[in-house]
Design a protein around this ligand. Structure first.
Ligand code: F6R
Length: 592
């Protein structure tokens, strides 16, 4: 995690760097800092807390430098403090480094440097990079970086500047994301595209083991041996509007409302034929779905669809568990990795492991050019646009779209199934238009400390997802459970204070779910149900009823998740919490 940015060009660097950091803040926000070349000096400014604290501390400071780097941190090595905030410098303060990821052998390198008399000022792994580069410098920053990168182990990306070469920024990518932005008389480096979108849409996505050497006049890319590499420049299809809030109070709310478009664009992208897969799911002995968090929940729904439409046994495993388990994987398996960011390290490692074992790998990712996109044999892209809110919403329904499309691709009635899928965007739109009651429900329940979410079959993963949304942004404890399992334990929690959210569309398990609701009511639990509009039986049985438009059984998760996203959003917003950047979290998880 962490966000890094670098700039060298014709403009004053500081405002550009601060703006870029604000757009990268979703990656981490424990502390932030900048380093600028001011004349023949390096200045470094850092603050604990969010970017706004750094911005406040810089008010009135007359920095005019045209080259600089910036960082927003999600702490791994060393607590969030000013000393541990980036940029880090060498002892003479001539070199400054910002870094994302982990240098795994930093303790060894640190000890070696300490033996040589280097005094460390922070507890970070980053500081070793600054000292090493300073010690290797003999008049050319690229040469010094080349000498150092081959000593570092781990997954990381960093950017470095020096007073000795005031119009140059060098960026290194090994495992963590880094893109180069190509401007006119100016060039950029950043962890992610939104940081530089106001200035350019021309980008080069660096691969692992690549170094970008940028000056205002141009960009050169090298491998770790110093050999020049030719890379393609891509034109980013998003514009800055899609990365701004467009009148919504939070990105999360905007992104919930963008779901009809995210699903529609994803269907259009998939049926355009560009991503036609050269195999059928039926060729495989087994499908292993690997993902984390919300993407894992999408995978659980995908499993039902894949097994129903293709008959291929499918397992869904948390990437972090898969990696250290002893899962037998062979050429007869298809590994399906789901990741919005395409950078989640556990998911990425799982893909690499599966490839080593000879399995075919297919990814569903939202970020084009991300590591998992590049490293998988095949990719189905979701077209949700940039998701800035830390809590995943529109990328979840876009992932469901890709999964449904994939699952139905091997079915004889594929076209009929796709036309059913095409009804989803307008149904979500109708649902969003009629969702005002959720805000008043949020008002009633915002003071509760625990919630239980129940569902069966396709609604069980939605119960998990609803509970995850609530806990991650409102800090209220919430548990998702299969409704039929309730009597095996969780039922003991139910009393007159416990809100129980039950997802009960009229599907094959509807009657069973109604019986579970009766069990909750008998124990005086407060039932908030999500069901089909016009379902009077469910409405009567429940204390509160959230309606969704009726839809074919298989597609109900696209709709039932939306009221739960809104409920979580409104509770967190009413509690005055930082919805888009909840504590301790980051949008892209590039640490194990
Ligand atoms: C929850 C959330 C996370 C992510 C998880 C995986 O709202 O956003 O649980 O789903 O970190 O991220 P990706 O999909 O980028 O691999």
């Amino acid at each position: 995690m962490c966000g890094i940015i670098g700039y060298t060009g014709k403009e004053t660097a500081l405002p550009l760097i601060l703006g870029g950091l604000e757009r990268l803040e979703y990656r981490g926000y424990d502390s932030a800092g900048v380093a600028l070349i001011e004349g023949n000096k390096l200045v470094v400014e850092k603050q604990v807390g969010k970017i706004r604290e750094l911005v406040k501390s810089l008010w009135g400071k007359p920095y005019k430098g045209k080259t600089g780097i910036g960082h927003t941190r999600w702490a791994t090595h060393g607590e969030p403090s000013t000393e541990n905030a980036h940029p880090h410098t060498d002892e003479k303060e001539e070199f400054a480094v910002v870094h994302n990821g982990i240098v795994e052998n930093y303790l060894e390198l640190r000890k070696e440097l300490q033996k040589q008399g280097v005094k460390f000022r922070s507890a970070t792994d980053t500081e070793v990079i600054a000292h090493l580069i300073a010690r290797s410098y003999r008049g050319d920053l690229l040469d010094a970086v080349l000498e150092v990168v081959n000593k570092l182990k781990g997954a990381f990306a960093f950017a470095v500047i020096t007073v000795h070469e005031p119009n140059r920024v060098i960026g290194v990518k090994q495992g963590s994301p880094l893109v180069v932005g190509i401007g006119e008389g100016e060039n950029f480096l950043a962890s992610d595209i939104p940081a530089i979108l106001p200035y350019t849409r021309k980008v080069i996505t660096l691969g692992d083991g690549e170094i970008a050497d940028i000056t205002p006049e141009g960009v050169n890319i090298y491998d770790f041996e110093g050999n020049p590499i030719t890379k393609d420049i891509t034109l980013v299809p998003w514009d800055i509007i899609s990365a701004e809030k467009s009148g919504f109070k939070h990105f999360m709310l905007k992104e919930i409302y963008e779901q009809p478009k995210a699903v529609g664009d994803t269907i259009r992208g998939l049926i355009s034929g560009e991503e036609e897969l050269p195999f059928s799911l039926k060729e495989f002995r087994r499908i292993l779905v690997i993902a984390c968090g919300t993407s894992y929940h999408a995978g659980l729904i995908g499993k039902f669809w894949i097994e129903k439409y293709s008959g291929v046994p499918t397992e869904v495993v948390y990437a972090s568990e898969f990696r250290y388990g002893d899962f037998p994987v062979s050429e007869e398996d298809l590994i399906l990795a789901i990741s919005q960011s395409g950078e989640t390290i556990d998911t990425k490692f799982a893909v690499n492991y599966a490839k080593e074992k000879g399995a075919k790998t297919l990814a569903i990712v939202n970020v084009v050019g991300s590591s998992i996109d590049r490293e998988s044999d095949y990719t189905l892209h979701t077209h949700a646009g940039p998701e800035i809110g830390v809590a995943a919403t529109k990328t979840f329904t876009a992932q469901l779209t890709a999964l449904y499309y994939l699952a139905s691709s091997s079915h004889p009635q594929r076209e009929k199934l796709t036309s059913e899928l095409m009804k989803v965007p307008s149904k979500i739109e109708t649902l969003l238009d009629k969702s005002e009651e959720i805000e008043s429900l949020a008002q009633k329940f915002m003071k509760k400390r625990d919630f239980l979410y129940l569902g069966r079959y396709l609604s069980y993963p939605i119960a998990l997802e609803g509970a995850l949304k609530l806990k991650e942004i409102s800090y209220i404890h919430a548990e998702g459970y299969p409704a039929g399992e309730m009597k095996h334990g969780p039922i003991a929690l139910i009393d007159e204070n416990m809100p129980v959210v039950v997802i009960a569309p009229q599907d094959r398990v509807y009657e069973k779910t109604l019986s579970n609701i009766e069990e909750v009511k008998t124990r005086k639990g407060i039932v908030i149900s999500v069901g089909f509009e016009g379902d009077q039986k469910l409405e009567k049985l429940s204390d509160y009823f959230l309606k969704v438009p009726p839809l074919e059984e298989d597609l109900t998760p696209f709709l039932t998740v939306v009221p739960l996203q809104l409920l979580a959003y409104h509770i967190a917003s009413k509690l005055g919490l930082d919805v888009d950047q909840p504590r301790n979290l980051a949008k892209t998880v590039t640490v194990e």
